[in-house]
Design a protein. Structure first.
Length: 90
């Protein structure tokens, strides 16, 4: 369990670093909106990857599963709120 937690943390960091590199390489005019975009895209990709891993045994049916979409949206909202609060107040 600890190995999976560390692996998911490393994967999340790599996703955020990759997304921030891509967004910031476009040299945005407003850095605040760029940071919001980085959080949205990074959180969406991370939530999708880990929700797909959680529902991997459903195969192609996971895209039609209501539980998959509920879990995806719940993890996206929770992760986004936590990361937004951390990046704005720390």
């Amino acid at each position: 369990m600890i190995v999976f937690s560390l692996a998911s943390l490393i994967i999340s960091f790599l996703i955020y670093f990759g997304v921030s590199f891509i967004v910031l390489s476009l040299q945005p005019a407003n850095i605040f909106y760029a940071q919001i975009l980085i959080l949205l895209v990074g959180t969406a990709i991370t939530s999708l990857i880990f929700t797909m891993r959680q529902f991997r045994y459903l195969g192609r049916e996971r895209w039609h599963s209501r539980a998959f979409h509920n879990t995806l949206m719940r993890t996206f909202v929770i992760n986004f709120i936590i990361l937004f609060v951390i990046t704005r107040f720390i």
